[in-house]
Ligand binder design. Structure first.
Ligand code: R5P
Length: 237
């Protein structure tokens, strides 16, 4: 590995490719969102173009995934046109020892949860920095909320012990707006002791569309790491 190469980028590339290599001809593939799955979509497109695999269809989890799939020549479909998803490949912001996740760093967790939960196999692609002992230790928990309910939802989250912040745009004045036209509240919890319970509790607040806790959904975690100066992929299953 030459010193000018960014190790995080190398890990993401390697793990994104490892996941793309698992896709078989004829599969319906959930296409995740983020910088890691962007490599998966790129490598999938390259495998299709070279003829190594054929007849795959992608189900995008975001506008970003849809744009990338078109760029790399992956035919797209929708949930109205299919009755199953063979495999979904998606990134994560945190992964705990039970393969539970926090997602939504790109504000795409609502569509991601729909697609990833439907897949027969859900593969998560992350670099080593995403592995944590406890969810919430390095990343705030994203909650998608309907704009008119933002104030009462923030109050309800505060009552639950969370510290909510409205996610603001970068190079855009005002809040981040999701692909569904909603807003995202990032919540700091001192400790997420029971992710399954918190996932349900948050989704029960009127006005909340979905939160970024993915509990019991991931089948396989592929972790990109650097060993002896080289990018390698470790599998947790
Ligand atoms: O909303 C975005 C997603 O949940 C991403 O999959 C997640 O934030 C990880 O993204 P990245 O691979 O860029 O770290």
């Amino acid at each position: 590995m030459s010193p000018e190469q960014d190790p995080v980028k190398l890990m993401k590339q390697q793990v994104g490719k490892a996941a793309a290599d698992r896709v078989k001809s004829g599969s319906i593939v959930g296409l995740g969102t983020g910088s890691t799955t962007a490599y998966t979509i790129q490598f999938l497109g390259e495998r299709l173009k070279s003829g190594e695999i054929k007849d795959i269809k992608g189900v995008p989890t975001s506008f970003q995934a849809s744009v990338l799939a078109k760029e790399y020549g992956i035919p797209l479909t929708t949930l109205d046109e299919i009755d199953h998803i063979d495999i979904a490949i998606d990134g994560a912001d945190e992964v705990d020892p039970h393969k539970n996740l926090i997602k939504g760093g790109g504000a795409a967790h609502t569509r991601e949860k729909i697609v990833d939960c439907l897949a027969d196999q859900f593969i998560v692609v992350v670099d080593g920095s995403k592995i944590v002992d406890r969810l919430g230790s390095t990343f705030l928990l994203p909650v998608e909320v309907m704009p008119m309910a933002m104030t009462p939802v923030m109050a309800a989250i505060t009552k639950l012990g969370g510290k909510p912040t409205l996610r603001m745009g970068v190079k855009k004045a005002g809040p981040v707006i999701t692909d569904q036209g909603n807003m995202v509240i990032d919540v700091k919890f001192d400790a997420i002791d029971n992710p399954a319970e918190l996932e349900k509790t948050l989704n029960n607040i009127p006005g909340v569309l979905e939160n970024g806790l993915f509990v019991g959904v991931a089948d396989v975690i592929l972790v990109g790491e650097i060993k002896d100066g080289q990018p390698v992929v470790r599998e947790i299953s």
